[in-house]
Design a protein around this ligand. Sequence first.
Ligand SMILES: O=CN(O)C[C@@H](CC1CCCC1)C(=O)N1NCCC[C@H]1C(=O)Nc1ccccn1
Ligand code: NI
Length: 187
Amino acid sequence: MITMKDIIREGNPTLRAVAKEVALPLSDEDIKLGEEMMEFLHNSQDPVKAEELGLRGGVGLAAPQLDISKRIIAVHVPNGDLENPEPTLSAVMYNPKILSHSVQDACLGEGEGCLSVDREVPGYVVRHNKITLSYVDASGVKQKIRLKNYEAIVVQHEIDHLNGVMFYDHINQENPYALKDGVLVIE
Ligand SMILES: O=CN(O)C[C@@H](CC1CCCC1)C(=O)N1NCCC[C@H]1C(=O)Nc1ccccn1
Ligand code: NI
C-alpha cells in the first residue's frame, strides 16, 4: 500500500526526468501499480484512513512521484457536495496525451501545491482551460475524452510530472499573480 514515505520529494532527479511510455498490452505489474495509485488517492481522501496512515489528501498522482519513471497517472476528483459521492473524474491513465486544447487559459484561484513539494509556492499556475486527451485505460482500451476547468487542471498537473515539469515552473517569477487578459480564475 502506498503511503507518504513512498512519495519522492523535490531534489530527487526522477521528478525532472521524462518518463517512458508503458508497453502494450499492459503488464500485470503496470496494472497493479495503477490500482495502488488509485487506492492511495481513495485513502488520502478518506478522513479516517488519511488520519490513520498520515496521508496528505490528493486528487492526482503520477508514477514518477513514486520514483517510477513510467507514463502512468491516477486522478480521483471528488464531487463538490458530500451527498453525491460520485466523483466527477476517476481514472488510471496509461500513456496520457493532450491531443488539443482551448485557446482559453485557466488557473486555480488558490494556486497549486504538490505532494512532492513540502513548501508553499504562491502564485497562479496558468494552464489550458479545456483539453482533449487520449489515454489507455486499465482494461487496455484506448480512450479519448474532453475535460475542462478543475478536472483539466488536475490532469495537466499530472501529465507535467511525466515530462519532469513542476507546477511552480509555470509561475511568473516577476509577479506570481500576474494574469494576462482572459485567463479564467477557477475558485
Ligand atoms: O501530482 C499530484 N499531486 O502533487 C497531488 C496534488 C495534485 C493537485 C494540485 C493542483 C492540481 C492537482 C494534490 O492533490 N494536492 N496538492 C498538495 C496538497 C493539496 C492536494 C490537493 O489538492 N488535495 C485535494 C484537493 C481537493 C480535494 C481533495 N484533495
Ligand atoms: Ni504533483
